[in-house]
Write a protein that binds this ligand. Structure first.
Ligand code: NAD
Ligand code: MG
Ligand code: MG
Ligand code: MG
Ligand code: MG
Length: 332
């Protein structure tokens, strides 16, 4: 079982005694920077000149400097820019400012796990990753609660990396909820697998295949949309609140029976064998290599896939139907 850490296990004064740079001010960056500041930590935000996030961070009372200035001033540097640009930001703005005993922090292990960033041996390399989007992390903190975090130490140059990471997690409210110890390898590989096989890839392919099956059989796309996409939220909310058992308690006995007899016919042994192959490609680094090459080539395939799905009947049908649902907010 996982080891859990709470407020009493973490010493906030450790991070309060350091100078923290938060590079990036997006979903995670804003939550970390604001909550650390409110926890009495000396924070500066690192953003390039001309970045649109600059004004927002300044309006919220934070001091903004360039990423290189932030890294030079600080002795704890949290990199919260998008994963595919982290190695460039590291090379250009961070590497030359690392001193003995500094700490390099991440919110996801991708660049360390696959070797796109190779820190020197004299710095701590830690991860504090909230298990939720940044806006929830910040809102929970402001309400006196927190989002559970996972914490890892890849390189412990000072011998105090874990205490430092726990202290940082306390500064963003994580230890109020509970912190689980992991490794960069476990976090990165499970995160990629989850988003590919289940959460994003698996779920959207399941929805599309179900929708296409109904439409190809002559049913109206609007009805197929409700059955295969819209109602999924209700099911997922029930699972989120009480696992498979709460979902099965809530749906009809007929739906529950269909779950037992048909689920395994749709997600078969062949699907699971393919999932194992997907996991293998994550573990051996071939997925990461292919994705970084795609990113560096200017995202040709990525845009091709994106455009094809944007024109799918599922999407065009949904766009019209959601106009009938005043409670569904759609930000264009
Ligand atoms: P984001 O896309 O929301 O924000 C990125 C920020 O980086 C923006 O402020 C952008 O202006 C800035 N930026 C972009 N290029 C830059 C550059 N070259 N130099 C400096 N700043 C630059 O990113 P995010 O979703 O907060 O992700 C940050 C990290 O947190 C990633 O490692 C991600 O895997 C991890 N993470 C994200 C979530 C989440 O819910 N979004 C959850 C857990 C972990
Ligand atoms: Mg420094
Ligand atoms: Mg994840
Ligand atoms: Mg991810
Ligand atoms: Mg139904």
């Amino acid at each position: 079982m996982a080891e859990l850490f709470y407020d009493d296990d973490a010493d906030l004064s450790i991070i309060q005694g350091r100078k923290v740079a938060v590079l990036g001010y997006g979903s995670q960056g804003h939550a970390h920077a604001l909550s650390l500041r409110d926890s009495g930590v000396d924070v500066r935000v690192g953003l390039p000149e001309g970045s649109r996030s600059r004004v927002k961070a300044e309006e919220q009372g934070l001091r903004v400097v360039t990423p290189a200035e932030a890294a030079a001033e600080a002795d704890v540097i949290m990199i919260l820019v998008p994963d595919p640009v982290q190695s460039q930001v590291y090379e250009e703005s961070v590497k030359d400012h690392l001193k003995d005993g500094d700490a390099l922090f991440f919110g996801h292990g991708f660049n360390i796990r696959f070797g796109f960033i190779k820190p020197p041996a004299n710095v701590d390399v830690c991860m504090v990753a909230p298990k939720g989007p940044g806006h929830l992390v910040r809102r929970q903190f402001e309400e006196g609660r927190g989002v559970p975090c996972i914490v890892a130490v890849e390189q412990d140059a000072t011998g105090k990396g874990f205490e430092l990471a726990l202290s940082y997690a306390k500064g963003i409210g994580g230890t109020r909820a509970g912190v689980i110890k992991t490794t960069f390898t476990e976090e990165t590989e499970t995160d990629l697998f989850g988003e590919q096989a289940v959460l994003c890839g698996g779920a959207s392919a399941l929805v599309k295949a179900g929708f296409e099956t109904l439409v190809e059989a002559g049913y109206q796309p609007e009805i197929a949309y409700f059955e295969c996409l819209h109602e999924l939220k209700l099911i997922v909310d029930l699972m989120y609140e009480g696992g498979l058992s709460k979902m099965r308690w809530s749906v009809s006995e007929t739906a529950e029976w269909g779950d037992y007899v048909t689920g395994p016919r749709v997600i078969t042994d062949a699907t699971k064998a393919e999932m194992k192959k997907v996991l293998g490609e994550i573990q051996d680094g071939s997925f990461a290599k292919r994705w970084m090459a795609e990113y560096q080539a200017g995202l040709p395939k990525y845009n091709e896939y994106k455009n094809a799905d944007a024109e799918h009947l599922l999407e065009t049908t949904g766009k019209e139907l959601r106009k009938l649902m005043s409670w569904v907010n759609e930000d264009e």
